[in-house]
Structures are given as C-alpha cells and as structure tokens.
Design a protein around this ligand. Structure first.
Ligand SMILES: C[S@@+](CC[C@H](N)C(=O)[O-])C[C@H]1O[C@@H](n2cnc3c(N)ncnc32)[C@H](O)[C@@H]1O
Length: 220
C-alpha cells in the first residue's frame, strides 16, 4: 500500500489495484470533516440516537471523527460500514491521524456484521460488513439510517458503485428526511440520485473544491 502526505499533513493511501486515493490530496482530515461531519452528521436534527451508514470504511477516519463528535455532543451513534477490502492492521498502524486508542478500537472490531460496543457507556456502537456494495443484501437495513456517508472511490474508477441500482438501495435504507452526502458532484451521480427520488443539493466542496452533493429523502 502506498502512503501519501496530503496538503494538511494527514496521510492518505493509494489503492493497490484500483490506483485510487482514499481521500482528497488537499487534506484527508479536512475533507472528512467538511463533507461527512459538517455537511452530513451535523445536518441531522439532534436526537437521542443517530444511525450512520458508511460506504467505504477504509482508514476509519470518518468513523473516528464521528465518534468524537458524538461524545462531545452527548449523542448516541449506531454506526455501520461496508468495505470489500478492509485494510491490514500494519497499514492502519502507520496512519498518522491520531495516537488515540479509540482509533485502534474501531479497527479492532471484527468484520462480522454484528453490532459491537466501542465504549462502556454505549455511546457508540459499530457494525462492519466485509462485502461488495453491489451484491450486498440491504433488506434487513431498510429505513434504519439518518445519514449515509457515501465514500466510494470516484465514479470514473468504479461507475458500478454510483448506479441508480445502488442509489435505490441507499434511498431505501434511509429514514424519511434522512440525508446522503458525498464529495463528488458529477452529473451522473446527481442524475442517479434524482431518478430514485432524492432531492439533490450542490454544496461548496472541501478545501477549495467547487462542489459536493447532499441528497435528502423526502419526508412523505
Ligand atoms: C475513498 S475510499 C474510503 C475512504 C474512507 N471512508 C476513509 O475515511 O478512509 C473507498 C473505499 O471503498 C472500498 N471499496 C471499493 N470497492 C468496493 C466495493 N465493491 N464494495 C465495498 N467497498 C468497496 C475500498 O476498499 C475503500 O476503502
């Protein structure tokens, strides 16, 4: 696995087979905070428990940032994530985001699709699914989530993961009023989202990038 330093000093990785970066080269942490935490998690009305689904757990950075946001705001979070290529522990150990043991605890959760408690106070639970997004059976998860962090590799690299078929599944797992966020604002992504019933909004992108997308599942 190749490591690269992004402009804010945080490391990212290049996928060995697909050749794609795991984050923006303008800043891994900056992008994660902008797209997934501020435009995603923070946009959900505060309530006792928030359910998050992440496509592409990768380095666990989005999950880690969500953990601390949740603890700081006294919000319980039920977090689930899918990844077909979980990172090797030796790779995770070389990332420079934090020395916080919580980060390693998130990575230590097995890829068994079972809900695991991350802390004794049950503030944060995590379920990790090692599976192919395009073949995953989402039926047990229908209507469960408040927010989807859609952090797949770029639509040019993996168009099959940005299809209408996948977006229909994302729509189905969200509650009415739930939101879906991603870093890409490509036309085909917005088209697929609209075609399955989302309301689509373009927001300013992370770290000088022009746009990102937030899609909302209508209440009715
Ligand atoms: C942009 S990276 C995710 C970055 C991650 N959210 C982070 O904070 O490090 C895309 C992720 O999608 C995963 N992936 C690629 N193809 C997949 C597939 N068919 N199904 C599920 N996950 C896939 C990769 O292993 C990678 O971890």
């Amino acid at each position: 696995m190749e490591f690269l330093k992004t402009d804010d000093g945080s490391l990212t990785l290049r996928h060995e087979v697909l050749g794609e970066l795991y984050h923006s080269d303008r800043g891994a942490v900056g992008e994660a905070e902008h797209v997934y935490i501020r435009a995603g998690f923070d946009a959900i009305p505060k309530k006792e428990e928030t359910a998050v689904f992440e496509v592409g757990f990768g380095t666990g950075l989005n999950c880690y940032l969500t953990y601390w946001r949740a603890v700081r705001e006294h919000r319980r979070v039920d977090y689930a994530a899918i990844d077909l290529y979980p990172l090797a522990p030796e790779t995770v150990a070389q990332l420079n985001y934090t020395a916080d043991p919580v980060f390693m605890r998130l990575h230590a959760v097995p890829w068994d699709g079972i809900v695991h408690e991350i802390d004794r106070d049950q503030v944060f639970t995590l379920a990790k699914y090692k599976a192919d997004l395009s073949a995953f059976d989402f039926s047990p998860l229908v209507g469960r989530f408040d927010v989807v962090y859609f952090d797949a590799f770029a639509p040019d690299a993996q168009p099959e993961l940005w299809s209408e078929t996948i977006m229909r599944q994302m729509f189905a797992i969200l509650r009415p009023g739930g939101i879906w966020v991603t870093y890409s604002a490509k036309g085909i992504v917005k088209q697929a989202l609209r075609a399955v019933g989302f309301e689509v909004f373009r927001l300013p992108g992370a770290l000088g990038k022009r746009h990102m997308v937030r899609a909302v599942k209508p209440m009715k």
